[in-house]
Design a protein around this ligand. Structure first.
Ligand code: FA5
Length: 351
């Protein structure tokens, strides 16, 4: 038999064996039989080129290489055909349509109020404040009495309260906290000696007629720093730095006198209106004043310092309460606070 007809015989045999190979392991066996490095039959024929008489060598070499390439291509073709057949079998047997595109995963994001809260806490954290927490269902002795708002005090009306109906000695004492200030008392109570430097984030609740800037559920961050020699200028410095972090380096702030029973003196802080830059008589954000009120603050009342067991002739402190939704409104120029809790994903996904 001539060398060329031996090649042709091997080619036919290999193609027939390939067509009969039922699975991946049979393909691998086929590959070893014909292309194995040592004993592969095609490998052997290629190696034999050198023994072919010189006059036939070129023609034989060309044919051997052509057969090699054809068989390699056939192996890949058979492998692909087996894969497709397996997929077809899978989809008919298990009623699974593997050709359907996958369902896109919906990727969520943090609520804009949560984002704002975290950014505020980061800014205070960088200034040395640690984060503490307190309960949302609170006792009246912390929410009111402990911060110098006794039962008959007119300031209780400032916080229209949602009470829990349980009666103790015939009276209601539990409520949904109206502000985060009860945590001033809670934190001092468990800190035997100054210094204290905390921020306390959390939800508060008020029986409030809602409008564009008032919700019945609101988020506050209470700040409290107590130590020997803490001054009003420290309060101003901390709040100024926080404003610049949240609203930009060129912000201006202003303090107006205000009244809260647990601070003396009490202030309200406003930032300059960056919507109209003070030029808009009709501005809906600052109402033409050029300033936007965002928080209450002041120097901790000496009575609260004394109740904590500290000497108020040496130890002083400042406190503040930030409305986080108000900060979020300003950050993004949102017009109505009620959007935050209306659960409309089209609104929330913009931030
Ligand atoms: C207080 O709640 C005081 N506890 C703040 C404080 C803390 C003063 C420490 C002094 C020292 P006020 O009721 O003003 O104060 O609320 C504080 C902030 O919460 C407001 O400036 C405002 O930004 C936000 N806020 C108040 N009521 C609402 C409401 N209904 N909806 C949304 N935000 C509100």
């Amino acid at each position: 038999m001539s060398n060329v007809s031996a090649l042709e015989g091997l080619r036919e045999e290999a193609l027939a064996a390939l067509a009969a190979a039922p699975d991946e392991s049979a393909l691998e066996q086929w590959r070893i039989t014909f292309f194995g490095r040592q004993d592969g039959r095609v490998t052997a024929l290629l190696r034999a080129i050198k023994d072919v008489p010189a006059s036939e060598r070129a023609a034989y070499g060309a044919s051997a290489n052509a057969v090699k390439q054809e068989l390699e291509g056939a192996l890949e073709g058979r492998r692909e055909a087996l894969k497709q057949a397996a997929l077809r079998a899978l989809s008919t047997e298990s009623a699974l349509d593997v050709t359907l595109p996958g369902r896109p995963q919906v990727i969520g994001r943090l609520h804009p109020v949560t984002q704002t809260m975290r950014d505020c806490l980061k800014a205070f954290g960088d200034m040395g404040f640690r984060v503490a927490e307190g309960p949302e269902v609170e006792w009246d002795r912390y929410n009111f009495d402990g911060v110098r708002i006794p039962e008959d005090h007119p300031a209780r009306d400032m916080w229209d309260t949602i009470w829990v109906n349980t009666l103790i000695d015939g009276k209601r004492h539990m409520l949904l906290r109206t502000h985060t200030s009860p945590n001033q008392v809670r934190v001092l109570e468990r800190t035997p000696a100054p210094p204290v430097r905390v921020v306390v984030p959390g939800k508060c609740y008020r029986q409030e007629a809602t409008d564009a800037t008032h919700e019945w559920m609101l988020t506050q961050i209470e700040g409290l720093a107590v130590d020997e020699g803490v001054r009003m200028s420290d309060l101003k410095g901390v709040l100024y730095e926080w404003s610049r972090q949240m609203f930009g380096q060129d912000r201006k702030i202003i303090f107006h006198h205000s009244y809260f029973p647990f601070v003396e003196p009490g202030v309200e802080m406003a930032i300059d209106c960056f919507i109209c830059r003070g030029n808009g008589k009709e501005c809906r954000t600052c109402h033409g004043t050029g300033w936007i009120e965002i928080l209450g603050a002041g120097m901790v009342h000496p009575e609260i310092i004394e109740t904590a067991g500290y000497d108020s002739s040496k130890v002083t402190g400042f406190a503040f309460g930030i409305g986080v939704e108000r900060v979020a409104l300003l950050r993004w120029g949102i017009e109505d606070i009620r959007n935050f809790y209306a659960n409309d994903i089209r609104f929330l996904s913009q931030f």
